[in-house]
Design a protein around this ligand. Sequence first.
Ligand SMILES: [Zn+2]
Length: 102
Amino acid sequence: MSLNEKAERLAKTGAVTSLLVEGDLLTATVEGDTGTWKVHRDPEGWTCTCPANTLGHKVCSHIGAAALYEKYGVMWDAVNRARLRMARRDNGKEKDASTSRP
Ligand SMILES: [Zn+2]
């Protein structure tokens, strides 16, 4: 799995649990496979608290996920909320069906 694929998977599956954007500054919390990391962006660039970034100095999937989530998160959240509503409606139907049973 490439870094971009991993970043996209994280971003789409709700691994980005918080995102705060103020102009050029961004702070995000990303739940990775091995821990929960803080991602920061300032005018000098991106940093992440995970070992790949702090020790390996690499752009990691958490940074990728935060960047993707900044762009598309609103859209994905809307989709997730719609799914949640549909799931709740289905649960409601089941309840209605059970209560109408003799
Ligand atoms: Zn990272």
